[in-house]
Design a protein around this ligand. Structure first.
Ligand code: PLP
Length: 428
């Protein structure tokens, strides 16, 4: 009954081309995008801010390693171990080039963004932060960039301060100087909000923080695969991101740190692989980057991440950003046309493909559940940003997030399904 009332039909989606980017052609690389949801509806995957999908090239590369090159790295003298070590280190080089690091030894493989931040909080934080020192966060941070600093504050007596946001979802920078005081040691800030989609002016933030001798950690989880990060141009001190939001596998992430900082930091996790020598009375850590890569690392995942980077390089970040802005503009138009919808965050010009919203009288979880009936995957809840939601006076939002394999048709389907959602709730 309801399927009939809904104007969308489960036919294939169409895509609009922009120079250099062919969404329909690219979709063919992603096996999961031809999934039928509830055995009926073509998957409309709009949960890319949570995790992107992986192209066949990444999946195949990982299967190939397991089938033909699998061995532990940096340990064996045998041929197979040399193969996997070379591929693992090649992946590090690819990451290094992708973010324009000066030296691939500045690239530390982690399990994800969260682990990268914890590494810095534990290693750099414990060594450098004293009672009364200040860590500056912003009101739009993900819990991954809040809790490790709160834990550091608990251990050391440091103070957490919060840079506010405006009602439009921008960082309020008017009084920035008053937050960059003599006791401020670190600014930990997201480059792009995972809820608002806001692109923060991180180059300016880094410049102003550095002018006061304050280090900056950049959470690039939402930016690295959408706009890219040039660590040298930015002069960033620490940059963290994860593989699974950039077409790569789960279980792999990256901490970039300026080599001077990383060299001075004590190891985070101890064990095999991160030492030069172990005696009964102590140990000497290995050089970078192995000092921070204890135990068997996520070898195959790192190699898969390298292939994801090859793929992103081929598609091109400028084209991805331009295309996403087109999708986001359409999403704003479509949602506004539905009515009773409040979009949270700035206009499409100032953000990437993330559109969070609330609908009058309908809970975010109900919206997501109804959209799911039509094969549309979105996220509902606080998206690991409880302080941000509190600041906005909300407990939950619905979030649609896009990537280059989404199409304008899919955005229109979202609009139609939201209209249907409204009707369902009006009938109740
Ligand atoms: N930071 C931001 C801005 C995020 O959006 C996320 C994930 O949603 C994270 C950190 C945590 O990333 P991970 O799950 O890869 O550790």
């Amino acid at each position: 009954m309801m399927d009939k009332a809904l104007k969308i039909t489960p036919e294939a989606t169409t895509g609009k081309k922009i120079p250099g980017l062919d969404p329909l052609g690219l979709r063919a690389d992603f096996p999961i995008l031809s999934t039928l949801v509830h055995e009926k509806w073509p998957l409309v995957y709009l949960d890319n801010a949570a995790t992107t999908q992986r192209p066949r090239q990444v999946i195949d590369s990982m299967v190939d390693v397991y089938e033909t090159k699998n061995a532990n790295v940096h340990r064996g003298i045998h041929w197979l171990s040399e193969q996997s070590t070379n591929l693992y280190e090649e992946a590090r080089n690819k990451v290094s080039k992708f973010i324009n690091a000066a030296d691939s030894r500045e690239i530390i493989f982690t399990r994800g963004t969260t682990e990268g931040i914890n590494l810095v909080a534990r290693s750099w934080g414990d060594a450098n932060i004293r009672a009364g020192d200040e860590i500056l966060l912003t009101e739009m941070e993900h819990h991954a960039n809040i809790v490790p600093w709160q834990q550091l504050a608990e251990r050391t007596g440091a103070i957490i301060r919060w840079l506010p946001i405006t009602d439009e979802g921008h960082l309020a920078l008017d009084n920035l100087e008053s937050y960059l005081g003599p006791r401020t040691r670190l600014l930990a800030v997201t480059e792009i909000s995972n809820v608002l989609g806001t692109i923060n002016p991180v180059a300016e933030l880094i410049e102003r923080a550095h002018a006061q001798g304050i280090l900056v950690l950049l959470d690039a989880a939402q930016s690295v695969a959408h706009r890219g990060v040039d660590v040298r141009q930015l002069g960033a001190d620490f940059v963290v991101f994860g593989g699974h939001k950039m077409l790569g596998p789960t279980g792999i992430g990256v901490l970039y740190g300026r080599s001077k900082l990383l060299k001075a930091m004590p190891p985070f996790i101890g064990g095999g692989g991160m030492i030069r020598r172990v005696r009964k009375d102590g140990f000497e850590p290995a050089d970078l980057p192995l000092k921070f890569e204890a135990g068997t690392p996520p070898i195959v995942e790192a190699i898969g991440l390298g292939v994801a980077i090859d793929y992103l390089d081929r598609v091109g970040l400028p084209a991805i950003h331009q295309y996403e802005q087109m999708l986001t503009t359409r999403a704003h138009e479509v949602l506004q046309a539905v009515g009773d919808v409040r979009i949270i965050g700035p206009s499409p010009r100032d953000k990437i493909g993330i559109v969070s919203f609330v609908m009058r009288g309908i809970h975010a979880h109900d919206i997501a559940q109804i959209l799911d009936r039509y094969g549309i995957a979105v996220r509902a809840g606080h998206h690991c940003t409880m302080p941000l939601h509190k600041r906005l006076g909300l407990t939950a939002t619905t979030r649609a997030s896009f990537y280059f394999y989404n199409t304008l048709d899919e955005i229109d389907k979202l609009g139609t399904a939201l209209e249907e959602t409204k009707k369902i709730f009006r009938r109740r």
